[in-house]
Design a binder for this molecule. Sequence first.
Ligand SMILES: N[C@@H](CCC(=O)N[C@@H](CS)C(=O)NCC(=O)O)C(=O)O
Length: 215
Amino acid sequence: MLHLYYHPRSTFSRRVRVALLEKQIEHEATVVDMATGEHRKPAFLLLNPYGRVPVIDDDGFVLDESAAILSYLESTRPQPPLVPTSSQGKALVDMHLRLCDGQMAKSIGIIIFPKRFLPAERWDLAAMAQAKGEIEKHLIMVERALQGREYLVGDAFSLADPAYLPLLQFLALTESQSGEYNIRDLNLACEFFASKLRLMYLAARVWLAHCRADN
Ligand SMILES: N[C@@H](CCC(=O)N[C@@H](CS)C(=O)NCC(=O)O)C(=O)O
């Protein structure tokens, strides 16, 4: 049986939980209590020396890195498919997964970490402005991908969608500008992503699962 180690409020765990829900994969789950530093204790470091969630253990095969986990779930549980069959579709999903992490998530982190956890006088404004520029560059690519289409890749929900989903709530905090949108709140962030209805539906399901896990 597949086992997921996660935290309900972990952005990257939510990606994996969306894919598990979408594919209706039977699994067990353990909440890693990050508030008490469980992710830095030897038992968890044996699973992931970086001390990060999510991690899966699939009958002894242990894997971390949410994008790698999404790809692994796709190849081991292909139904329903979350990657198109065409070479171009596969390559585009791969591109989104890489760029979403390497460009967008990284830059969002540079802005939201100080905004959430540091007093304004300790913010590195130059680094934050540069990160905002990087996000806006990335949004041009996303906007092109969504032009006249409902989903990021092809005409169906793919792994590219859950990759972005948990970042939406933070995108608002970056106050990025893209075309007519100054993305200051979650509604605008969702409006920007044309697949919003589908994303919000999944977000609601993940939120529900999160509430259940908390109780
Ligand atoms: N690139 C990793 C990032 C995972 C990550 O940063 N997880 C956070 C929670 S959202 C974490 O465990 N942070 C703990 C730490 O870095 O000490 C992935 O995609 O899985």
